[in-house]
Design a protein around this ligand. Structure first.
Ligand code: UDX
Ligand code: ADP
Length: 482
């Protein structure tokens, strides 16, 4: 099939950048990204490219080139479905917050609605592609919904999981490690797989495009994220041991990573991983394993989440302990809110949980993030507290003690402690000694990302993740700074 018209349902962090790159690399194909959220679509169509709804390095240049040429953003979902030969589903699939599988299973409400709409609107054959991360065997459910179409339309369902990481999405899409396409091993299934492969072949080398059956593709996405997250939890668990023993996690991580069988990536100890994928996908995997009675396997993967929660808690507690056991009525500054640098996304960010603990302990929280807006920060906290059934008054009281700043200076002025939760480059370039002069004395910096160099003499106490508190000859230099 010669595909000339693609539609993507969902203009979020996955749909937006992915379709922008497909449009850029395939000028012969019309790509329409649709969403029910008018505000989001307006932002994608904004003349000012700094107003795009997603901050992602390189994205605005791609949108500038392709938008209006063969890349379009619209709320007319029906029209885009009707016209397309290939439909990507990139809608949100959060963890279920109700009913069966609550707290673990993926909420497929949006996916199902989307499939229903495709079934109702389609007049011609379509290739429907799962782009969102979905539980294994979701393709079957999608097929079932699509079969309600009464116009004799044939649907082929493919799985094509997204492996882009936020903050590097455009580079990841340009130079993917691999593109995975799962389809049925039937004549029409193979033709659909070939059609999708031909699109990626416009810029991805053939040997990096892997075709599998649908379920392998679906499971590979969950497994990839689970294994990446597992590396972080492994190193974070060791960071706790380092802090007790005198070993240094940076040195340990380097030593481990130099083994080519292990490799050096994703071994950076931190305040804990965040983002829309890792936790959600592992919970999904745990649910799936339990569903099949594989309780030991479920428990194995669940440990990755437990260590991550432990790490976020440990970091917050360290701040409290470091401030003589109480943060009550003390100004404490959080630097960063995004779940990692170079994104305005804060879903499941460690910052939310650290902030929650500090506010619970009575701190006056001052926050600065270069990209995340105040409304988003307050919404993240409100969502957490509403889920815990906290009263409106309680929420309003805590939000008042949570002040968002437009710059780091006012956020840090007269603060008892700075806690770095996101590794934004600008934090590395600060003149930390001048900052410390304007903080309450003795000034303390809790570096949850290990980005403040520990080679200088500082006027403040620096506490890093995975650095020892134990005095011994090998870490005396660091000890002076604490
Ligand atoms: C992840 C996967 O990397 C990507 O392939 C998948 O498509 C979606 O999920 P993303 O969540 O965007 O991508 O970001 P990622 O770079 O994986 O970081 C996730 C979290 O782990 C961040 O909070 C990051 O700060 C943290 N992290 C990462 C560490 O704490 N240490 C590390 O060594 C690496
Ligand atoms: P992701 O990180 O997976 O891209 P987002 O939440 O950023 O998740 O984006 C998903 C988008 O999908 C949202 O903008 C949401 O409005 C959109 N969406 C959800 N359901 C539908 C639907 N049935 N039709 C169109 N758009 C939808």
């Amino acid at each position: 099939m010669n595909v000339t018209n693609i539609c993507c349902i969902g203009a979020g962090y996955v749909g937006g950048p992915t379709m922008a790159v497909i449009a850029l690399k395939c000028p012969q194909i019309k790509v329409t990204v649709v969403d029910v959220n008018q505000q989001r679509i307006d932002a994608w169509n904004s003349a000012d490219l700094d107003q795009l709804p997603i901050y992602e390095p390189g994205l605005k240049e791609v949108v500038e080139e392709a938008r209006g040429r063969n890349l379009f953003f619209s709320t007319n979902v029906d029209k885009a479905i009707d016209e397309a030969q290939m439909i990507f589903m990139a809608v949100n699939t959060p963890t279920k917050s109700y009913g069966e599988g609550k707290g673990f299973a993926a909420d497929l409400t949006f996916v199902e609605k989307c499939a229903r709409q495709i079934a109702e609107v389609s007049n011609t054959d379509k290739i429907v592609i799962e782009k969102s991360t979905l539980p294994v065997r979701t393709a079957e459910k999608i097929k079932e919904v699509l079969s309600s179409n009464t116009k004799g339309v044939n649907f082929e369902v493919l799985s094509n999981p997204e492996f882009l990481a936020e903050g590097t999405a455009i580079q990841d899409l340009f130079k993917s490690d691999r593109v995975l396409v799962g389809g049925d091993n039937t004549e029409s299934g193979n033709a659909a797989v070939a059609a999708l492969v031909s699109i990626y072949s416009n810029w991805i080398p053939q040997e990096k495009i892997l075709t599998t059956n649908v379920w392998s593709s679906e499971l590979s996405k969950l497994a990839s994220n689970a294994m990446l997250a597992q590396r972080i939890s492994s190193i974070n668990s060791l960071s706790a041991l380092c802090e007790e023993t005198g070993a240094d996690i940076e040195e340990v991580s380097k030593a481990i990573g130099m083994d080519s069988r292990i490799g050096s990536k994703f071994l950076k100890a931190s305040v804990g991983f965040g983002g829309s994928c890792f936790q959600k996908d592992i919970l999904n995997l745990v649910y799936l394993c339990r569903h099949y009675g594989l309780d030991e396997v479920a428990e194995y993967w669940y440990q990755v989440i437990k260590i991550n929660n432990y790490q976020k808690n440990r970091f917050a507690k360290k701040i409290i302990t470091g401030l003589n056991g109480t943060v009550n009525q003390k100004k404490v500054t959080l630097l960063g809110w995004a779940f990692k640098k170079d994104t305005n996304d804060s879903r499941e960010s460690a910052a939310i949980y650290v902030a929650d603990i500090l506010l619970e302990e009575g701190a006056e929280l001052h926050i600065y993030d270069p990209m995340v807006k105040a409304t988003r920060i307050h919404q993240d906290l409100t969502t957490l507290w509403e889920a815990r059934n906290e009263s409106k008054d309680e929420i309003a009281y805590k939000l008042k003690r949570c002040i968002v700043h437009q710059n780091h200076t006012t956020a840090l002025d007269s603060s008892f402690a700075a806690a770095i939760v996101t590794e934004w480059d600008e934090f590395k370039s600060y003149d930390w000694n001048t900052i410390a002069d304007n903080m309450m004395q003795p000034a303390k910096v809790f570096d949850g990302r290990n980005i403040v160099k520990d080679t200088e003499e500082y006027k403040f106490k620096l506490k890093k993740v995975g650095s020892s508190n134990v005095k011994n000859s090998s870490n005396e230099r660091k000890e002076k700074a604490i």
